[in-house]
Design a protein around this ligand. Sequence first.
Ligand SMILES: [Zn+2]
Length: 475
Amino acid sequence: MKKINFYLVMKYLLSALFIITVSHQNISAQTQKLSAEQESARSIFKELIEINTTHSVGNTTMAANAMAKRFLDAGFDQKDIHVFGPQDRNQNMVIRFHGSGKAKPILFISHLDVVEARREDWSLDPFQLTERDGYFYGRGTLDIKDGAAILVANFLRLKKENFTPDRDLILALTAGEEGGSDYDGIEWLIANHRDLIDAEFCVNMDAGDPQIKNGKRINRTVQPSEKAVLDFSFEVKNRGGHSSLPVKNNSIYHLADGLAKLEQYNFPADLNEITRAYFGKMATIETGQLSADMKAVSENPNDSNAIYRLSTSPYYNALLRTTCVATRLEAGHAITALPQYAKALVNCRVMPGAKQIDIQNALIQMLADTQIVVTALDTMMSNPPSPLKPELMQKIESLTKKLWPGVVVMPVMQVGASDGLFLRGAGIPTYGISGVFINVDDNRAHGKDERIGVKDFYDGLEYEYYLIKMFSTAK
Ligand SMILES: [Zn+2]
């Protein structure tokens, strides 16, 4: 008789047990009874996902009205509920939860619009909320209808609990953030209804995500700052001529030489209080050389070796400095003609505090070619970082410790842009403090089969509930 290998038998039994445990977890996650608050949030989330709010065929007005109806049904006064905007199909919703007036209001924001999603590109219908294997799938599950649903659900819950905040709580759900629309909801509200959204500070669901890396919840980022956007054109004009008689002075060559210089050019590293704090905290999570380099730049922002090594990562590079990159190109008018015209568009992401004129001058100096005309295509918005007040950070620290022990709180500067840009420019300090963990190794925002973890959604619901309560209590 063949000798039984006990090791293999044990291994088999253990893996069988593992499979049973894992599938049991999946089943229990699906069938676990939801609390009334979770039920409510799920139904709001489902309603939002299933109203298409893309720019092409979607409609944020329908989503705004659906949420407004929930507030009206919950007993909010009609005069505190607004659905409005300059476009019939792309309106915004603002509601006010009255407090006792001991302090200035707080504004909470999330956008309602989503990026386009085509059914044929997806494995599932992007405009159905699908719960499968521990995830919620659908366009906007991650960006950022989860945040909108969480805010609506918690405002309704606080109303039901007869909670009286020490200050008014304002909720704005807006259109046009993803750029497809002709206007941005937050920008429009600031310009036209400042009184309705004016606040001591704002909490933005669309930034400052808690993060999962290698399957582990690692950090709770808080986003008080982001880079500004500034676009330039590089243009070369030339008298041209017949292509059978080439000359060295060619507009395409001038532009190409300039772009080759741009490729090699690095703006000087420009660390600030927030990025230094971020690298300092991340050093405690990372290991080896990366950890050492992060610690080094957090202590000495001029450590050029550490800066050099960190800059090989596109993300850390973007945190360390202003970046400019060529994104579009056009030139020439006929294949048989020397080009009279060549133009590139260059998109810059500028460190907070840097000046437009200094960026433009740096580019002109770098090009060192008077034939290339550098023109700013817009005026960069003022973008001061919002102060990281100790009492604000302490509240976030204590809540995070209570709900998510072991998760490190850290400030982060966003390298992209959010609606926080408009609000900070208008003098309303804004902090991205989303409650829903995102997986940095598999971030599907704007992409195919967008999803978030079911547990992460409900944990975020709970986190924001306590956050709203804590923030709304005056000291
Ligand atoms: Zn977003």
